[in-house]
Write a protein that binds this ligand. Structure first.
Ligand code: HEC
Length: 183
């Protein structure tokens, strides 16, 4: 009788111990899962910053002869009013008043510097961010027109650091405004 009761009581303690360990393990696991869940909320935040990929130019748009991707100006907001002053100072000499063109370019296949008002219709785009990216490549990297010996070439304003990214953003906004922003 006595022995039997003792055995039962030992068995009872073992059971209690097992239950306790299981509960502790369960709590531990919950804590780990909570930590994992907590860190997993950080992951979407990190991926959402990589959504801000700079907009890319239209692959079918006219491209400058000089290589290179879009510049830092595209991450900024351009001010067309400031861009008008910049245009008059730096661009008008080759692209004409308000970009209407007509400036002779001896030695180039076209014979004149291209008009920016209206702009080449492959550069114009209904999505203004793509429109800006199409213009940006020319302003950043410059371009030599087709032809034996073009007298005038598009200046690499960005690559030569002749203009700041904000000035480039502003003049892009002005060129878009000349074209009413539509294709
Ligand atoms: C020294 C003359 C010169 C100056 C100054 C100049 N450009 Fe140009 N630009 C050109 C020439 C030449 C081309 C044609 C390049 C080609 O055909 O590859 C051109 C092409 C462009 C194009 C592409 C147009 C097209 O139809 O291919 C844009 C956009 C442009 N210029 C914007 C500007 C802006 C904005 C400024 C002022 C910040 C500026 N340019 C200043 C000579 C100039």
């Amino acid at each position: 009788m006595y022995n039997l009761n003792l055995k039962k009581s030992i068995a009872g303690h073992k059971l209690l111990a097992t239950v306790t360990i299981t509960v502790v393990l369960a709590l531990f696991q919950t804590a780990c899962t909570a930590t994992a869940a907590g860190s997993s909320t950080i992951v979407p935040a990190a991926t959402s910053t990589s959504v801000a990929v700079p907009v890319q130019p239209d692959p079918d748009a006219a491209k400058p002869s000089n290589p290179g991707g879009v510049g830092p100006a595209l991450a900024l907001t351009g001010d067309a009013a400031s861009g008008q002053t910049i245009f008059t100072t730096y661009c008008k000499v080759c692209h004409g008043d308000k970009g209407v063109g007509g400036v002779a370019n001896p030695g180039s296949k076209d014979g004149t510097v291209p008009s920016l008002n209206p702009i080449d219709d492959t550069i114009a785009h209904k999505d203004l961010k793509v429109f800006a990216a199409n213009i940006d490549l020319f302003v950043e990297h410059g371009s030599k027109p087709d032809g034996d010996k073009p007298q005038l070439s598009m200046v690499a304003w960005g690559d030569t650091k002749s203009m700041t990214p904000q000035q480039i953003a502003d003049v892009i906004a002005y060129v878009i405004s000349l074209n009413s922003g539509s294709k």
